[in-house]
Design a protein around this ligand. Sequence first.
Ligand SMILES: [Zn+2]
Ligand SMILES: [Zn+2]
Length: 225
Amino acid sequence: MKITSNILSIPPYISTTWNNISSLHVREERGSYTLIVLLQNGVQAEVPRLDKRTVTEIFEAHARSAEESVASKTSSPSEGPLNLSLLTNSDNPFTSLGASMEHNPEQAGLPPLPPAILKKITMVARAFGLDDTSQLAKAEPHCNCVYCQVIRSLQGLDPAEELIEEVSDEDLKFKNWEVAQTDKKLYIVTNLLDKNEQYNVFLGEPLGCTCGSKNCEHIRAVLDT
Ligand SMILES: [Zn+2]
Ligand SMILES: [Zn+2]
């Protein structure tokens, strides 16, 4: 038998932590006590034939555990959604969340939020049912305001991933290759923006490009034609 402020263990009847227990009752029968434990999952466990001292001990442990969990919740105010107030200078995390749930071009240049904080805001937003992002304005592509960062996070867009996407888009825009076939499997690839930049691509065995890579955009440009 183990009765502490964390654990209630009375084999073979019950062994669990207090946070799984929602309430305790006692039934007295002919000088012995039956403890009825209602668990959070709705299951009820009965522990028969306890003496009064043990019952008192169990109730005291339960009270201690409740006090300790309240104390640990209030002793760390910097944890949890209260962190939001740091971002928006508001005392109330929930109004500040509401206020930040709007695209704000003035914040467009914000540095990326620390992932831990972004995760917390996202979790709070989900808890508020804000994860149905189809109801919300979309994140502006190049904006880093709190709203846009949270929306991207809610939509599961990793900011780093989006960055990579943007880069390859730029590539497509700025690197247009002209492909000319000079022989059966031989192609000349010319950069349209700088005609001096030319590569020979061979689509036979072995596949190759004069830039030295076997997996370059010049070969891809040839394959795309
Ligand atoms: Zn924005
Ligand atoms: Zn190449």
